[in-house]
Design a protein around this ligand. Structure first.
Ligand code: G3I
Length: 303
């Protein structure tokens, strides 16, 4: 097939991108989005600071634009993210104990409830682990509520949107290492105890020198626990063939793991990437296809 989305669809997968509705007025942005991708995620618009800037006052304007565009184009939507220690509304940081726990529940009910039936998979909890595989100790949720907040978040999200797939999402968990071992143990425990978790997201923010030798094996071991896996925020700092090779390796790994449901790149054009100076995406600042684009398209079509 000729596009990323159509090529991924040949094996029942999606190929998505993070988007910012603020760029919808730019024609090449929208044209590239509509032409190439069949799934989207809000790069920032569904985060807590945006969706509930004051307690109990929800703002879905940006997120609704993302979902509205996706529905008009027949694209899937990933939800990002319900509970994260970062990009948190300042009022949440003032709460402690039971009040914080209740605010978390209310937030999940408010946001996942608003989008009920429209989200294919939610990043219910984002980035809760430290590099050594223990729970991240600079998280206000962790400090106030302890390990149990993650389980509580998944149970709440399951009730708020029973049809969405519920994911745990993190970075630097892309290979087999201390951090991915920590997440693995949590997922194994959740599956054993019947906590509703359906999927794990691997952000996959890479550089050309990232060791990808255990990437596929890592996706597979999570899949073997009985969850789907998603490549959720792919980008690769670098250029040329080295960058293309990393993209190819990740794409081939996803295709080789039956439960890998799809790949999302973290933006369309290098110009608007959070790592713009590292030119990490598939289209350059003028929306021209890069070598990495060709590598991904070829990998998707040789599966
Ligand atoms: O919205 C304001 C705007 O009003 C203001 O004029 C402007 C001035 O700097 O800032 C805007 O907010 C920025 C926001 O992106 C929207 O552009 C924030 O400063 C900026 O910090 C924020 O960065 C985002 C970052 O998450 C925040 O942690 C990036 O765009 C976004 O790509 C990035 O995404 C995260 C994922 O959610 C989780 N995984 C890691 C990934 C990369 O950090």
């Amino acid at each position: 097939a000729e596009t990323l989305g159509d090529s991924a669809a040949q094996s029942g997968r999606y190929f998505g991108t993070a988007i910012e509705p603020g760029y919808f007025g730019e024609q090449p942005y929208v044209d590239t989005l509509n032409q190439e991708f069949n799934s989207v995620v809000a790069e920032n618009n569904m985060k807590w600071e945006t969706t509930e800037p004051a307690q109990g006052q929800f703002d879905f304007s940006g997120g609704d634009q993302v979902v509205g565009h996706a529905e008009s184009q027949g694209m899937q939507v990933r939800g990002h993210t319900l509970v994260w220690h970062s990009q948190l509304a300042p009022w949440v940081q003032q709460l402690t104990g039971d009040a914080l726990n209740q605010a978390m529940i209310d937030h999940i009910n408010g946001v996942a409830g608003h989008y009920q039936g429209q989200i294919a998979s939610w990043d219910v909890v984002n980035e809760a682990f430290d590099e050594d595989g223990t729970r991240r100790d600079d998280s206000h949720f962790q400090q106030q509520l302890g390990d149990g907040y993650i389980e509580e978040a998944f149970r709440t999200a399951d009730a708020a949107d029973p049809n969405a797939q519920l994911c745990y999402n993190d970075y630097n968990t892309d290979g087999i290492n201390a951090k991915s071992n920590g997440v693995y143990d949590m997922v194994a425990d959740f599956k054993a105890r019947g906590v509703p978790i359906d999927c794990v997201g691997f952000q996959t923010h890479l550089s050309t020198d990232t060791d990808l030798s255990t990437y596929q094996q890592n996706l597979q071991r999570f899949a073997d626990l009985g969850v789907d896996v998603h490549v959720t925020e792919l980008d690769v700092g670098g250029s040329g063939t080295a960058q293309a090779d990393a993209y190819r390796t990740v794409t081939e790994a996803c295709l080789a793991v039956e439960r890998c449901k799809g790949i999302t790149v973290w933006g369309i054009t290098d110009a608007y990437s959070w790592r713009a100076e590292e030119t990490p995406l598939l289209f350059d600042g003028n929306y021209q296809k890069k070598e990495a684009y060709g590598a991904v398209l070829e990998a998707l079509n040789s599966a």
